[in-house]
Design a protein around this ligand. Structure first.
Ligand code: HSE
Length: 382
């Protein structure tokens, strides 16, 4: 199967190199931006790839919704299989692409868009054929895991940890999506689409690590807790879908604390299989390229569907998920939520809340920030 590659950045170079020695796969033309001349067999027009009868599949690793969406439509309409690592594209346009792929009798897989090298969506798409998935989630962003690990274990500053993650090729071109939790949110949207055949696009909540400070690191260390950024998705009792991202603090014995560097820990709970957990590198050239190659091999073995063409677009309902939270506020600031305890540290105060809904906590933090109050919050995990 001859594969055209769209994009020749961190992941694109990895995909191209791996294609050269992959069984049953062959590297085809590489689409690069006009003026970029470091790619082999480079072309600058998607039309050329679509019209090339020797190209069987297109692997898109450019990122961003446009022009990736236009190129995806062009490839699918021309009868080429389409594989992507692009979470923004699939979160925004997945159901349209799934329909287009089905109409044209070709494959559309996006395992690399969630979990990096971890075969999370790949396995879950198989599991849904025989089991009911109840919940999905875990550590789904390698950049923030690398940052949190290094800030907490090596005392690296936020800025240095982010700069290292960028140098190592883990972060997005603009790392805002990583540190604000948006990247992990897109991934949990995709996981929900695969698990529940429903893509939540509204009512989503994401809190990242951009307000996590050196003082928080010191406080957490003193009370034996470790912070991780966790994405959660699942079915509420009324059948609606919840989907959110937030920092969670865990006691040292929790499995999440042993997930280090750029690793992800992705999990799903099947009604019959129970809890399935997968750990592996969630970001970086080779892990992500390996997931793209896995999808291409799957296609050459006849697999076509990861998101069903019947996947609906829904609104998330995060009002009935509840936790206790740890909230850092300036000393003397009031938190209008049920409070269990409050511990003063320097100019700050660490409050533990009673059971509070995810929606209520995120809205309260937004309200305080609107009023100029600096807040960090994290759910208290087990
Ligand atoms: N920026 C992403 C991450 C890349 O750090 O997880 C892999 O999706």
């Amino acid at each position: 199967m001859k594969v055209a590659v769209l994009g020749f950045g961190t992941v694109g170079v990895g995909v191209y190199e791996m294609l050269k020695s992959a069984d049953g796969l062959e590297a085809g033309p590489v689409l690069v931006r006009a003026g970029k001349d470091d790619a082999p067999f480079k072309v600058t027009s998607m039309e050329k790839i679509a019209q090339d009868p020797s190209v069987d599949a297109v692997a898109e690793v450019m990122g961003g919704v446009e022009p990736a969406f236009t190129y995806a439509c062009c490839a699918l309409k021309a009868g080429k299989h389409f594989v992507t690592s692009n979470k923004a594209l699939v979160a925004a346009k997945g159901p349209e692409l799934a329909k287009l792929a089905a109409e044209n009798g070709v494959g559309f897989l996006f395992s690399a868009a969630c979990g990096g090298g971890v075969p999370f969506l790949h396995n879950m798409a198989l599991a849904v054929q025989s089991d009911e998935i109840v919940s999905v989630g875990g550590i789904l962003n390698g950049t923030t895991n690398y940052m949190l690990d290094n800030m907490q274990s090596s005392g690296l500053s936020y800025a240095d940890a982010l700069s290292d993650a960028q140098k190592l090729g883990y972060a997005e071109a603009d790392p805002t999506a990583d540190v604000t939790g948006l990247d992990a949110l897109r991934k949990i949207m995709l996981a929900c689409a695969v698990a529940f055949n429903a893509l939540p696009t509204e009512g989503l909540l994401n809190e990242g690590i951009d307000s996590f400070s050196a003082d928080d690191v010191a406080y957490l260390r003193s009370v034996g807790l470790t912070c991780r950024l966790i994405a959660s998705g699942g079915k509420n009792e009324d059948g609606s879908v919840y989907a959110y991202v937030e920092p969670v603090v865990f006691p040292g014995s929790a499995a999440e604390c042993s997930v280090l560097k750029n690793f992800n820990m992705a999990r799903y709970n099947g009604k019959n299989s129970g809890r399935i957990v997968m750990i592996g590198q969630g970001a970086g050239r080779w892990p992500t390229a390996s997931a793209v190659l896995r999808d291409l091999s799957d296609i050459s073995c006849g697999r076509r569907v990861m998101m069903k063409p019947s996947c609906s677009v829904v609104s998330a309902n995060n009002a009935s998920c509840c936790h206790s939270y740890l909230v850092r506020l300036p000393a003397g600031e009031k938190l209008d939520l049920p409070i269990e305890s409050c511990e003063a540290r320097g100019n700050a105060c660490y409050v533990r809340t009673g059971n509070v809904s995810v929606k209520q906590m995120h809205e309260k933090a937004a309200e305080l920030r609107q009023a100029g109050v600096q807040v960090f919050f994290a759910a208290i995990g087990e």
